[in-house]
Structures are given as structure tokens and as C-alpha cells.
Design a protein around this ligand. Structure first.
Ligand code: NOJ
Length: 464
């Protein structure tokens, strides 16, 4: 394995998530995940086959290597590893990931592994999911099984991917399972997730597992739309809501005090908070922070209207207005001067520089860009897929990362989302992020896009 403390060894790779690429949803003893059940029940587009990575991981990892990459971020599917509420281990699941990890090492690819990228086993959702502290304990058991099974094969572990998104979408916006709209529940879930994270880090250290452990966050840099004092306060509120409740406990060992005070003053019940949990959080800061960055967020004060979230799962085909507003906290808005993608993301490469400078100053924790990329509508029928928009996006962002590194930030890697097309949750397979196209309709044939060759050349010639 490579020496990840060697700061010269910058990682360039791609990132995926188990549910979004593996397929094989009911093979080799895998239990159902909450996404299997939710999507089947509602007859929504699902990841039953996705990119068929479960069966084609060797081809995919080989293509990463041939594409000049030296790292691969992927997640382990909890329902493949633990069969039931009793915590029984599925040996076939363990074997699968040993094979994937061995393949990575054979190809000289450094794995960065996420334990939880949203595919909660349904048997845990049935007992209340993240609302139930028993799920946090089950997570620690699952983590322990993984630590022991894969110890020595993984240098870079992470507990959770983007705690803010799965809790927000599941319990506030209600566009992900279990489709609730309940701030009290949301607060409890967030707490349980951070306790699960800290206990898993604690165990990692107690058991002397090799390597480093961190967390991956959907870091959304918040910008005020004007300089009114109420706007600046709204930015702080939005930052607390979107980022700080994860990054502060993970990197500083405590929840933001002003956020806790605001929640309390608004009458939420915090009686579930336990001193022993806060102690575990305080003692277990991460070794590194993974930052996912797609674009900036512009914020204004919430002057009218109740809490409301209207999401967009169809890009420019969506005719309504996207809303993200929490009464008395903040409201998201757009910056008319920035370009917006066909899927509604505002792009601002400088934002990744500002994010890295800001997080380095705040936390002084080594950083990785664990996701960055652009979702496009793409026709992958032509022989050559000319995704120049993706090349421009990645090029401008990577230059800003190098800029931050040169300005003193300890940033150690970049992972493109995604190395190949995959299933994008409620946006389905229509929203493509891959450097390699996947013909989902025709046997999942792989077709490298122009960006795949560009990335290879840029890694080899420009950034070495
Ligand atoms: C964040 C998530 O980690 C991933 O699951 C998602 O598909 C991408 N970003 C793109 O939105």
C-alpha cells in the first residue's frame, strides 16, 4: 500500500456509491436496503442493475488505471455485509469487497472507502431507521465487522457520506425515504448519526485498525446575497443547518453552540442528548475531512413564508421554482451573475478554493475533495462523446484546488464524481456524471468520453 502520509502523493481518482452503481440488488445473500423497498414500492426508476459494477468491477478498475488514475472512492453496501437485526455476517458480501480491494491493489489504485452511502438495510428502517438509537449501535457493529474483515487493505476509511443530505431529504424535504417532514425527527436523526460516527471512530482507534478515518461532507459554501446584517445572520444559520452540525463535531468535537441555542429557544425537545455521547464526540476527531463540492449557495434572510422545500429532479425540464427555506433561519436564492447548469446547479470554480482555504483555517484537518463533477443530459450514442462542458468544469476546479494547495492548504486528493455513469437517486440515470458513458439500455456497455482521455492526460502531463 502507498504511504498516505507522503503529502507529495496526491490522489487523482473517481468516486461512486454502492447503490448507485453496483446493481445485483438481490444477489449473494444481500438483504434489502431501504432504497430497494422504497423505489420498488413506488414504482420509481431504481438501481436494480445500475451500472452493473458488482459484476464488472474488474473492467471498471482496469479502466481507472488505464485512465491514469491512482485512487478509487467507493462505498460498502451495509445490506451485503449484515444480514439481519441479529447482526449475522454475510460471508459472500465480505468476499466481494475483498475481491474489489485486491483488484484495486493489483492495479495500483488506492481505495478510499465509505461505510455508509445511504443504503440503510430495510430491517433497520423497519425499527425506525436513524430515528432509533439502536441503528447507531447497529452501525458500530457493522463498522467493526468491516474493520476486522478489511484491516490492512484500506488506508483511508470514512464513516458517512454527506450526513446532511440523507437526513435532510429523508426528514425535512421528504423527497427520499422515509419521506417525512418533521424538524424534531430531523434533529434526532442528525444527532444519532453523529453519535454513530463518533462511536465508530472510537472503535477504530481502540482496535488499532490500520490507516486513517474521516467523514465525507456535502460542503456547501454559503455566500450572502447582500451585506445587510440580517443576511449575514441568515448565512450563519444556513451554514449551521447545512455544514457545521457535521463538520464541527467531526473536526472540533462539539456541535455549534449558537445552533444548539437557537434550536432550544425554538422549543425543540433535546432531552435525547446524553453526556456520554457528547464525550465520545469530543474525544474522537477525524484524521481527515472529505469535501464534496459542486457549487456555491447564495443566501438571503427569510422575510416571509413558512419552512418549505421544493426540489427539482428533472433539470431544465422542471417548470416550477426550487425552494429551500427554513422559517426564521434562511432562504436560498440564486446569483444572477453565475452560470447555471441544465440541472440547476450554479457553478463557481473559485468556490472550491474559498472552501478549502476556509475549512483549512477553521479545522486544520487534512482535506480531500471526495466528489466534484457536473451532471449533464448527454447522448451517448455517438462514437465520440464530446463532453467539453465537463472538461471545462473539472479543469477550472482542479486548477483552484492546486491554487489552494500552493497557498498552504493540506489537500491530498481529488475524486471526480463519477468515473463512469451511474444511477443518480431521484434524478435517475438521465443525469449523467461519468467520465465513461454507460449504455444502460444495451447491456451496460462502457464508452469512454472525451473527458476520460483528457483527465488521463492532464494527470500525467499537467499535474504530476
Ligand atoms: C452527492 C452524493 O454523495 C451522491 O450520492 C450524488 O449522486 C452526487 N452528490 C451527485 O449529486
Amino acid at each position: 500500500m502507498k504511504n498516505i502520509d507522503n503529502k507529495e502523493e496526491f490522489l487523482f481518482g473517481g468516486a461512486t456509491a454502492s447503490y448507485q452503481c453496483e446493481g445485483a440488488w438481490n444477489e449473494d445473500g444481500k438483504a434489502e436496503s431501504m432504497w430497494d423497498v422504497y423505489l420498488h414500492k413506488n414504482n420509481y426508476e431504481n438501481g436494480d442493475v445500475a451500472s452493473d459494477h458488482y459484476h464488472r468491477y474488474k473492467e471498471d478498475i482496469r479502466m481507472m488505471k488505464e485512465g491514469g488514475q491512482n485512487a478509487y472512492r467507493f462505498s460498502i453496501a451495509w445490506p451485503r455485509i449484515i444480514k439481519n437485526l441479529e447482526g449475522e455476517v454475510n460471508e459472500a458480501g465480505i468476499k466481494h469487497y475483498i475481491d474489489v480491494l485486491d483488484e484495486c491493489h493489483m492495479q495500483g489504485i488506492e481505495p478510499l472507502v465509505t461505510l455508509y452511502h445511504w443504503d440503510l438495510p430495510q430491517y433497520l428502517e423497519d425499527i425506525g431507521g436513524w430515528l432509533n438509537p439502536a441503528t447507531a449501535d447497529a452501525f458500530v457493529h457493522y463498522a467493526e465487522v468491516c474493520y476486522k474483515a478489511f484491516d490492512g487493505k484500506i488506508n483511508l476509511w470514512t464513516t458517512f457520506n454527506e450526513p446532511k443530505w440523507f437526513t435532510h431529504c429523508g426528514y425535512m424535504a421528504g423527497n427520499y425515504p422515509p419521506e417525512h417532514h418533521n424538524p424534531q425527527e430531523y434533529i434526532q436523526c442528525c444527532y444519532n448519526v453523529m453519535v454513530a460516527h463518533a462511536k465508530a471512530v472510537d472503535l477504530f482507534r481502540k482496535e488499532n485498525i490500520k490507516g486513517k478515518i474521516g467523514i465525507v461532507m456535502s460542503t456547501e459554501p454559503m455566500y450572502p446575497i447582500d451585506d445587510k446584517p440580517e443576511t449575514l445572520q441568515a448565512v450563519r444559520n444556513a451554514d449551521n443547518y447545512a455544514n457545521n452540525w457535521v463538520c464541527d463535531p467531526a473536526c472540533k468535537g462539539e456541535f455549534p453552540k449558537d445552533m444548539v441555542e437557537k434550536i432550544r429557544s425554538q422549543g425543540f425537545d433535546l432531552s435525547f442528548v446524553k453526556k456520554e455521547d457528547l464525550d465520545v464526540i469530543a474525544k474522537n476527531r477525524v484524521d481527515f475531512l472529505g469535501c464534496n463540492y459542486y457549487g456555491p449557495v447564495f443566501v438571503k434572510a427569510n422575510e416571509e413564508g413558512d419552512t418549505c422545500f421544493v426540489t427539482n429532479n428533472s433539470g431544465t425540464r422542471f417548470k416550477g421554482k426550487v425552494i429551500n427555506r427554513i422559517k426564521d433561519w434562511y432562504e436560498y436564492t440564486k446569483n444572477p451573475d453565475l452560470p447555471t447548469t441544465a440541472w440547476g446547479t450554479q457553478t463557481y470554480p473559485k468556490g472550491i478554493y474559498e472552501l478549502l482555504m476556509n475549512y483549512w483555517e477553521r479545522y486544520h484537518t487534512p482535506l480531500y475533495i471526495t466528489e466534484n463533477g457536473i451532471g449533464l443530459y448527454e447522448d451517448i450514442a455517438p462514437d465520440r462523446i464530446e463532453d467539453d462542458q465537463r472538461i471545462d468544469y473539472m479543469d477550472s476546479h482542479i486548477k483552484e484546488i492546486i491554487h489552494a494547495k500552493n497557498d498552504g492548504v493540506d489537500v491530498r486528493g481529488y475524486f471526480a464524481w463519477s468515473p463512469f455513469d451511474l444511477y443518480s437517486w431521484k434524478n435517475g440515470c438521465e443525469k449523467r456524471y461519468g467520465l465513461i458513458g454507460i449504455d444502460f439500455e444495451n447491456g451496460c456497455v462502457r464508452k469512454p468520453k472525451k473527458s476520460y482521455y483528457w483527465y488521463k492526460e492532464a494527470i500525467e502531463k499537467e499535474w504530476k
